[in-house]
Design a protein around this ligand. Sequence first.
Ligand SMILES: [Ca+2]
Ligand SMILES: [Ca+2]
Length: 274
Amino acid sequence: MTTRLLWLDHLLTFMLTAVYGSDSTLEGLRMLLPLAVLLLLVLPSHAQDTTTEKPAVLLPLPKGVCNGLMAGIPGYPGHNGIPGRDGRDGAPGAKGEKGDAGLAGPKGDTGETGVTGVEGPRGFPGVQGRKGEPGESAYVYRSAFSVGLETQVTVPNVPIRFTKIFYNQQNHYDTTTGKFHCNIPGLYYFSYHITVYLKDVKLSLYKKDKAVLFTFDQYQDKDLDQASGSVLLHLGTGDQVWLQVYGDGEHNGLYADNVNDSTFTGFLLYHDIN
Ligand SMILES: [Ca+2]
Ligand SMILES: [Ca+2]
């Protein structure tokens, strides 16, 4: 405030001197100074704010005051300055959000076949299947006989008639002729077990009027013998099989009684498919 009063005192002195130029009147007008000071104290001055911003400095008087010259007209505003340089680059910004997923690429090539894996555990048993269709009746493929000798053979070179029936359900063995008649084509098994007594035996198994199997047993006194033979034969429908003594008629020692049997047996083993 003291600086402001001094500055105002100088300003009034300058102005009065410039107008009147007399010391006598200057002293009279100087009396008005307290009024001006009072006015400055009453008026709200924004200059008071400036006192808080800058330290109080005693401003120099304008030039020419001492010489008593009048101040010049304020000059024109100066030109705009040159634009300043570009500022420094700013700090990198924050990381942005993750973008959307791209489109699926094309299908790749087929890879190589992998190594064969270990065999898995055994599975559970499956469901039982349906019952099969009934097969062909087995009865039509049955053919079997088993017969025995009841009387001593006396006539050679004719079929031996076995009349003791063990089995002949299909009647394929004819007891009146002593021949087996084939009704089912297929493979047959034939066998005979005979007792030999008092004479030698030469026995043949015949198939269609031809001897195919031979048995010869020589008899010795008081020495009962047994002889046998067996064979597999394929027969066609109508073929006949029987036993017959061959030779000149002196070899028909086949024998049978209540404790000795001579038997002839045959049966179908496999029938032909077609
Ligand atoms: Ca013998
Ligand atoms: Ca014997």
